[in-house]
Design a protein around this ligand. Structure first.
Ligand SMILES: Cc1cc2nc3c(=O)[nH]c(=O)nc-3n(C[C@H](O)[C@H](O)[C@H](O)COP(=O)(O)OP(=O)(O)OC[C@H]3O[C@@H](n4cnc5c(N)ncnc54)[C@H](O)[C@@H]3O)c2cc1C
Length: 416
């Protein structure tokens, strides 16, 4: 089978690309191993709501159309939005089609699937940034008396054994899961490494409203000093709830969560935690202050100071002094460990030499390096700070589709 462009992945990134290619009459298919929005159907815990407000749940040609722009969708609601979009744009999606290999050919690419093969001139990797949990190597040394799981397979606290839970990682995922489990009556210890602190609301508006308005979310990949570092920054500690709560470490310690430093190693049966908890929290407080400074400066420049409450700052993060540095996992205090240590993409099927030493695609704003006609979408800070958010797919897909169209035009001119 032949098509001009194969898009791998039927999440919002692949569908946004599909819409932008259709707008340019570029023949394509979308290959999806499950159903559209597969990761929202199968890889999220039960209580998860978007941490981005509903108005930011927009896709190319489809602004948010519901009646609760400031609310936060549940995962099934996100599935409905994405599935409706696929229908609305008549995306040529082939579901239950797993891509098992992508190879280069003399005149493009061969995409091998469990349903047959496609030849094409261009390929878009829209297979997601969060396919596989990132778990430290020493996880293998956890005593067998402790059950371990990742945030990807965690569903709800009632699935867990009674007893203590060590949640590793304090970004959005770890903070949300720690809050839910502690609230269920199981005592939580939270291992905290580098994290980004953020209030749900500031000066009467949602933090995402401010970050969008002040241009923070639109900051481009070629404008930041260190894009490699920027792409590794963890997600902001935010949760979407009807109560619009701020989910920072102070909130968690307030309900009884015990903080320890980064889970650094296991020696025998002892979990060892870094002593840098205070420093990590100070740094997060400092960075929050800088973000709020940026917002305040923008609000003043935009003439908003009289329209919103005055600037204020949040209490510094309270940290146990001295923090606990180790914990015997063999003693029964901890029954479950949940790795909320991040995710990585899975390109095990990609047989084109475009991966770096960390198995990440080498790309320049989504244009894959040394692979003409290959593109990637949906990665953190791909082209803008908002790139891995649902809202980020719009602008990225428009620009990458334009690049892809030009690539095809040049190619066609060359081939006469
Ligand atoms: C826990 C969590 C919470 C998040 N919360 C938010 C939020 O609140 N707001 C927000 O804007 N963003 C959020 N995100 C980020 C992001 O918007 C979502 O992860 C989103 O699903 C990414 O869309 P995508 O299309 O890039 O990737 P995905 O939705 O992951 O889509 C990739 C698709 O590719 C398919 N696929 C993968 N490999 C293959 C293959 N070999 N063959 C065929 N198909 C394949 C998968 O089945 C999947 O359907 C969150 C992410 C996570 C992990």
């Amino acid at each position: 089978m032949h098509t001009t462009t194969v898009i791998i992945g039927g999440g919002q990134g692949g569908l946004a690309m599909s819409r932008c290619l259709s707008d340019r009459s570029i023949d394509h298919v979308v290959l999806e191993r499950g159903e559209v929005a597969n990761s929202w159907r199968t890889e999220r815990w039960d209580s998860l709501r978007l941490l981005t407000p509903n108005w930011q749940c927009r896709l190319p040609g489809r602004p948010y159309a519901g009646d609760d722009p400031d609310g936060f969708m549940t995962a099934p609601e996100v599935v409905d939005v994405i599935a409706a979009y696929a229908k609305e744009i008549a995306a040529p999606v082939h579901t239950s089609t797993t891509v098992t290999a992508v190879r280069r050919t003399d005149d493009g690419y061969r995409v091998v699937t469990d349903q047959g093969e496609w030849s094409c001139e261009a390929v878009v990797l829209a297979s997601g940034a969060f396919n596989v949990p990132r778990v430290p190597d020493f996880a293998a040394a956890v005593p067998s008396s402790v059950t371990t799981r990742s945030a990807m397979t965690y569903r709800n606290p009632h699935d867990l054994d009674d007893g203590g839970v060590l949640v590793v990682g304090a970004s959005a995922t770890g903070a949300q899961i720690a809050h839910e489990i502690q609230s269920s009556g199981r005592p939580v210890t939270l291992a905290v490494g580098e994290h980004v602190r953020g209030p749900r609301e500031y000066r009467g508006r949602d933090i995402h409203w401010w970050m969008q308005a002040a241009g923070v979310l639109d900051e481009r990949y070629d404008e930041v000093d260190d894009i490699v570092r920027a792409r590794r920054v963890p997600s902001m500690q935010l949760t979407g709830s009807t109560e619009r709560v701020t989910l920072d470490l102070n909130k968690l310690t307030g309900i009884g969560v015990q903080l320890v430093g980064k889970f650094a190693a296991i020696s025998g049966t002892r979990a060892q935690f870094s002593g840098s908890l205070r420093n990590k929290c100070d740094l997060a407080d400092l960075k929050l202050g800088r973000l709020l400074d940026t917002i305040d400066e923008w609000a003043t420049a935009a003439g908003l100071d009289d329209a919103v409450p005055p600037p204020h700052r949040f209490a510094p993060t309270a940290v146990p002094e001295p923090p606990r540095l180790d914990l015997d996992l063999g003693r029964g205090e901890i029954r479950t460990i949940i790795w909320a240590t991040g995710y990585r993409p899975d390109y095990s099927w990609l047989e084109v030499d475009v991966l770096d030493a960390k198995a990440m695609v080498r790309h320049d704003g989504g244009v894959v390096v040394d692979a003409p006609g290959m593109y990637v979408i949906g990665l953190p800070f791909l082209r803008r700070r908002k790139s891995s958010f649902i809202d980020g797919a719009c602008d990225d897909a428009q620009e990458l589709a334009q690049h892809l169209a030009t690539f095809l035009d040049v190619r066609a001119a060359r081939h006469g």
